[in-house]
Every structure is written in structure tokens, then in C-alpha cells.
Design a protein around this ligand. Structure first.
Ligand SMILES: C[S@@+](CC[C@H](N)C(=O)[O-])C[C@H]1O[C@@H](n2cnc3c(N)ncnc32)[C@H](O)[C@@H]1O
Length: 549
């Protein structure tokens, strides 16, 4: 029913203007005293366009739709412009005497032509007059049934707006319904693509596989009522989604950005190498999704898939690797520390045994400030504040002054050359971007353990990450590092910010631990750089300082 009324609305819309013009012109050429002008609307359904049969078809299908007295139309138009619904005055038509259309009436029709969009309702077909009043010879003799033209739902001038008001999801659903009702029957059970191709190739052994496929695709388009482009787009999207899920699991489909549809539709980068990369990333995606968005798997219940979370805890509680399953962080230290535990910190904590209530990172750590203080950045000179609305310092917006901090896109991974764990970049970090802050326990007096030695604004102190800290704890040394630590004062407190020198997604994040670090260590550097400064440790003369930069 809905599609019929749409069809009628469309037909009505298309004939409105030409009809108005034709009537207008005809009335202009009519003599004043020619009596009551009647407008008879006829239509014919032409099933066959061939010239030979056209005349006959028209005769056979001709239908009288309505007969309209134009004098009554003129009378009702006046009312409509006065603001009353035209249809409400329909009863007048039968009681009032019919008047010939005078010249003074005609400009109203002209004005319709010029301003037809403004006139409410425009030229409407009047409810057809009772057959006794305006006799149609054909109707009397032929007794043909006609469709109930009078009871069309009125055309809604807002049809297009209604469409625009639909949400994308509503449009998707309506589109699906339209397709279901609009396309010819799909019977894939009788239609097996590869079978059809094989059949064709058996019939014609000279036919190449690609030609066979093209022929079957063309046939499919005909059967299913799609254009070749439509079919190819659909095939690409189906195949694309399927390949991504098969290689990368559900996470890429659920967390994919807007590019997924385009990626599948245009088959951007669907090569075996990329599919292999997706396969390798599968479990890494799951670790991140499970630990950052613990509820994500519940979405899978919609499609009846298991929803049990696999990876619990903090994102850095799991060590990922290229070819094997993620392993719990603690297991990767058990050979040195059997009950290894690592506490993940957002902010450094002060070791009170070492510093009491003093924060050695501040300028005047022993001064008790009672009044609120204003801080300006030593790098850019702008006002610093934790309040987003008043902060002006944008030196490291991902870490300071921007309000909400997002989880850093990094993962702890298992190195393959004996350095135990390392830190991987999941996304690129452009040169100058902050990766994170070196967070740990603010202490002093640590010896023989990996520790950051800091020169604060007033005193020296140490930051130790052995059992407490953040992801920077897992960053290895390289003699050609792709990041470096920079001291930065935020609200008068010294921080050590890890700044990228330009890092690609998938790169290991490295820093230079400094010559001082290596010179006090009897260890070989395994950074693997050709310019490595500390790889031949045992050839060095005892007491000699390592090469300096
Ligand atoms: C701050 S931790 C870095 C994370 C460490 N790989 C882990 O698994 O915990 C520093 C330790 O990593 C190892 N390391 C880091 N960089 C190295 C390198 N270039 N060569 C050899 N060992 C390295 C050393 O054992 C060093 O004591």
C-alpha cells in the first residue's frame, strides 16, 4: 500500500506543472461565452513502446480519471487563498450555480504557474463530480473499473524533509526494507557462483576463468536486478568484512573508524601481507580492548558469540609477542623475582622515608605556600593551570592542562634478543609529541638498580620504577633512540616527559640511557644499532670511559 501511494504521489507531482500550464493556455484561448469549461483527465497505460502497437495499446488501456468543472475550481481557489481548506468547500460545488470562467478569473491560474510552490495545495483535482452531473460516454458504456483516484493521501510537501530527518540507522533499515521489496527474488540456493563458472567453462573450454566469472556476474546482475557496479561493491564489502573478521577477529570490526566501509568497498590494501599483519595483531587488539574497554565483548551477545573476557587487569599486565599468546607480566620476571608484582601508577609517589613531606621536584620544596600561586611555563611563557578553561600552556597537551588523559597507545612486548620486555608504539608519535611522563617513586640513595637520576630545581633526587610506575618502565636503551626525556616544570613541579623524535606505529620505543648508565655497568648493549657504543664491553680496558657523544 505504501509503495502504491508513493507511486501516485510521484505521478501527481510530475503532472502538476504541465497540467497547470496546459489548462492555463487552453483557458486563455477559450472564448468568454463558450459555456462551462470542463476538464476531462484521461490516461492510458502503454505496455509496449513499439510504434506498430502503440496506437492499439492506447486505445485498449484508455481510462477516464476525472472530469472537472473549472468554474467551480475558480471559485474554490479564491477560498483557498483566504486560508480555508479547499476540500472543505467541496459541497458548494453541487449547490452553487456553475459560472463560466471570466477573463478576470484567469490571472489566478497564471499566478499559479509563477508561484505554484507558495499556493497551498496548488491546482488539485477536484473530487470527481457525480457521474449523473457530468456524463462520460465511455464510463456509461464501457463500465470499466477505475482506481479510486479521489482517495489518494494528499501529497505531503515535506516528503524530502521527512527523509532527511531519518537517522543514518533509520535510513539503513528503510533502505534494507526497500531493497527487500524492490529487488527481484533472490534465490541463492539455485545460484552457486563457482558452480555456474565451472559449468560455463565445461561448456566452453576456451573460456578463461576471468571471462567465465564476468559472464556469471553479468547474469547475476540480471537475475538480482543490480548493476555490475552495485554487485561489485556489494561483493567487495561482504568479502572485506569477512576477511577482516577472519584475520583480525571482532575487535577491528567493532572498533573500526569510519574508514572500514570505504576500505572494504574499494578493497584498499587487501593483500596477503596486510592480512598476515592483521592476524599477528589479533591478540594484541584483544588485550587492549579487554583491558581498556572491559565490556566490549557484551556487544557480541547480539550476534550470539561468546562474551567472556579473556584479558583482565591493566593493559600493561600483559606482554604481547609476535607469534605467541600474550603472557602475564609477572611471568616474565619470575626467573629473577618469583612473586613479582608491578603497581601501575598515574602519578609519581613520594617515598616518605627518603623525603618526609617534602617534594624534591619543586622549586622551594621546604616553603609552605598559603596563597594561591600563578604559574607560567618556562618553555612558552603562558599561564599553566589544571583548569582547562584557564590553562594556556600547550607544550604537552596530551599530558598536562588538557583535562582528560587518554590511555597511551603502547604495549609491553617480549623482545627477541635477550632484553626481556620492551615497549611498542601502537600508533605513530610525531616528532615533538609527548609519549608519557616518567612516573615512579620519588626517592634518593638507590644504588645498583636502574633508576633515573634527576637534578631538580633545588635538589637532586631519584625516580625508581622497579615495582611501581607506568609504561615508561619498560623502555629499553638504544644508541640510536627514537625518543628522549625532557625535564618540564608543570605548576612548579619538575616532571620528566618522554618526547618522540618521530616514531612509526609498530616501532619499539627507545631512549638513550646515557653513557653514565653504561659506564657503571658490566653489561653488553643489545640495541643492535651499527653505531652502538656499548656492544663490545669485554674488549674495553678496565677503568676506561665509554665513547662519548
Ligand atoms: C628500564 S628496564 C627496561 C625494561 C626491561 N627490558 C625489562 O624487561 O624490564 C632496563 C633494563 O633493560 C635491559 N636493557 C635495556 N636496554 C638494553 C639494551 N640496549 N641492551 C641490553 N639490555 C638492555 C637491561 O637489563 C636494563 O637493566
Amino acid at each position: 500500500m505504501a509503495s502504491n501511494s508513493q507511486l501516485y504521489d510521484n505521478i501527481f507531482e510530475r503532472i502538476r506543472a504541465p497540467l497547470a500550464e496546459a489548462v492555463d493556455d487552453a483557458l486563455s484561448s477559450l472564448h468568454q461565452s463558450s459555456g462551462t469549461p470542463l476538464l476531462r483527465l484521461e490516461a492510458c497505460l502503454d505496455q509496449d513502446h513499439s510504434e506498430a502497437t502503440q496506437g492499439a495499446q492506447k486505445e485498449a488501456k484508455r481510462t477516464t480519471l476525472a472530469t472537472i468543472e473549472l468554474s467551480s475550481f475558480q471559485r474554490r481557489r479564491g477560498t483557498a487563498e483566504g486560508g480555508t481548506d479547499v476540500e472543505q468547500n467541496h459541497s458548494d460545488q453541487e449547490t452553487q450555480p456553475q459560472r463560466p470562467l471570466s477573463n478576470e478569473n484567469r490571472p489566478v491560474l497564471k499566478s499559479y504557474r509563477l508561484k505554484r510552490r507558495k499556493v497551498v495545495g496548488g491546482l488539485r483535482l477536484a473530487r470527481s463530480a457525480p457521474p449523473t452531473r457530468v456524463a462520460s460516454p465511455e464510463r456509461e458504456t464501457s463500465r470499466r473499473l477505475t482506481s479510486n483516484f479521489r482517495h489518494f493521501p494528499k501529497r505531503n510537501a515535506q516528503t524530502t524533509i521527512y527523509k532527511q530527518q531519518m537517522s543514518p540507522f533509520e535510513r539503513l533499515i528503510v533502505g534494507i526494507w526497500e531493497q527487500i521489496h524492490g529487488t527481484p527474488e533472490l534465490n541463492p540456493s539455485d545460484w552457486c557462483y563457482e558452480e555456474q563458472v565451472q559449468k560455463l567453462m565445461v561448456e566452453d573450454p576456451d573460456l578463461s576463468l576471468s571471462k567465465g566469472r564476468a559472464t556469471v556476474q553479468a547474469q547475476a546482475c540480471k537475475d538480482f536486478g543490480w548493476s555490475l557496479k552495485e554487485l561489485r561493491n556489494k561483493m567487495a564489502i561482504w568479502r572485506g568484512y569477512d576477511s577482516i573478521r577472519e584475520a583480525g577477529g571482532w575487535v577491528p570490526l567493532i572498533f573500526a573508524g569510519m574508514g572500514l566501509y570505504r576500505f572494504c568497498k574499494y578493497r584498499l590494501g587487501f593483500c596477503p601481507q596486510n592480512i598476515a599483519t592483521l592476524k599477528r595483531l589479533r591478540l594484541r587488539f584483544e588485550v587492549a580492548a579487554d583491558t581498556i574497554h572491559p565490556e566490549w565483548r557484551l556487544l557480541l551477545s547480539i550476534i550470539g558469540k561468546p562474551t567472556t573476557r579473556v584479558y583482565h587487569g591493566h593493559p600493561c599486565d600483559w606482554v604481547v609477542s609476535k607469534d605467541s599468546q600474550p603472557i602475564p607480566l609477572a611471568d616474565t620476571y619470575s626467573q629473577w623475582t618469583p612473586a613479582f608484582r608491578f603497581e601501575h601508577l598515574e602519578e609519581s609517589t613520594i617515598d616518605e622515608q627518603a623525603w618526609g613531606l617534602i617534594d624534591p621536584r619543586t622549586e622551594n620544596s621546604h616553603v609552605q605556600w598559603t596563597l594561591p600561586r600563578q604559574f607560567s611555563c618556562k618553555k612558552c611563557g603562558s599561564t599553566q593551570s589544571n583548569d582547562v578553561s584557564t590553562n594556556e600552556c600547550l607544550c604537552f597537551p596530551a599530558l598536562f592542562g588538557s583535562g582528560l588523559r587518554k590511555p597511551c597507545p603502547v604495549q609491553v612486548f617480549r623482545t627477541e634478543n635477550g632484553r626481556n620486555n620492551g615497549l611498542l608504539a601502537c600508533c605513530p608519535f610525531e616528532r615533538g609529541a609527548a609519549i608519557g611522563e616518567f612516573v615512579g617513586v620519588i626517592t634518593q640513595g638507590i644504588r645498583h638498580l636502574d633508576v633515573m637520576q634527576c637534578s631538580g630545581p633545588a635538589v637532586t633526587y631519584q625516580i625508581w620504577q622497579g615495582h611501581k610506575g607506568n609504561y615508561t618502565r619498560f623502555i629499553n636503551h638504544s644508541c640510536q633512540p627514537n625518543s628522549q626525556y625532557e625535564p618540564f616544570l608543570w605548576l612548579g613541579v619538575q616532571r620528566h616527559v618522554l618526547v618522540s623524535k618521530g616514531i612509526l606505529a609498530g616501532d619499539e620505543i627507545t631512549v638513550d640511557y646515557s653513557d653514565d648508565y653504561w659506564n657503571h655497568l658490566d653489561k653488553e648493549c643489545l640495541c643492535g644499532e651499527t653505531s652502538c657504543r656499548f656492544k663490545t664491553r669485554n674488549e674495553r680496558i678496565p677503568g676506561e670511559q665509554g665513547p662519548t657523544r
